[in-house]
Ligand binder design. Sequence first.
Ligand code: ADP
Length: 178
Amino acid sequence: MVYRSGVALLIALYPGSFDPITLGHLDIIERGCRLFELVIVVVLPNRSKSPLFSVEQRLGQIRPSISHLANAKVDSFEGLTVDYARQMKAGVVLRGLRVLSDFEKELQMAHVNATLAGELETVFLVTSTEYSFLSSSLVKEIASFGGPIHHLVPPHVALDIHKCYGKTFPPTKTESVQ
Ligand code: ADP
């Protein structure tokens, strides 16, 4: 393990709302696992958004999604990412970048974290092209209208989302005549 200023550079935190986890998130986690010794997916409650799933449900969705990755684990934390990083002795915050609008928000967060904890590096991975449009909110919007989401999230997550909206895809006969 490589340490600098007492933190392990090769432990990366991947914090986010993950409400719910998408294949775009999973792509970042898998690629992160190739770069770092350990990737800890950190579910943050995110008070500014009203979530579809509880933190417990999100943890339950992420666990089987990352079970094929020996060096990934999931946890939740309420508080500042820098405090959790200190607790875990993590040296890196991993984030994904999709579009220019992500960049502004992400850059601000990286600077804030750097002022709070100078030993913490933020590493950005550029989204894989096929997931560049994908967000948790988009998945929820499609599902709320009964659209297909199986190509956007792991299968067990698609089931959970459809249960929430009381819709299935493809629509059952009764749904399609409404
Ligand atoms: P937050 O609520 O903090 O934005 P999210 O769960 O939406 O958390 O996302 C966590 C991180 O994953 C963010 O850095 C976000 O930019 C990144 N991300 C989300 N979707 C994708 C995607 N399709 N491709 C790459 N990165 C993504």
